[in-house]
Design a protein around this ligand. Sequence first.
Ligand code: SF4
Ligand code: SF4
Length: 95
Amino acid sequence: METPSHCLACNACCKGLTVYLVPDDFLHIKQEWIDYTHGRPHLRQRHDHHRSCIALNETTGHCQIYEYRPLRCRAFREDSERCKAWRIGKYDPQD
Ligand code: SF4
Ligand code: SF4
């Protein structure tokens, strides 16, 4: 499955969002890409300015696991309310 074109030009939610994982997500994610905060698993972030997701290909801007991306990422459909809130810095992390 292709990443939506708008997302390719954006990638905003692949930078700085803590992508918490649920058990089904573990099937397709490399162990070394998983970090834990207070015992809660999430995808690692790079130590760059944007805190980019480890699964984001920095050259192409594509998600390397797009077909199997975690549920939290799937909630960020292009132009959804979450997407819009994230892009204007109004996203509620509890949402
Ligand atoms: S879902 Fe929204 S915030 Fe995320 S990459 Fe696509 S357009 Fe950007
Ligand atoms: S798993 Fe993929 S879609 Fe989700 S934040 Fe990382 S790069 Fe973006």
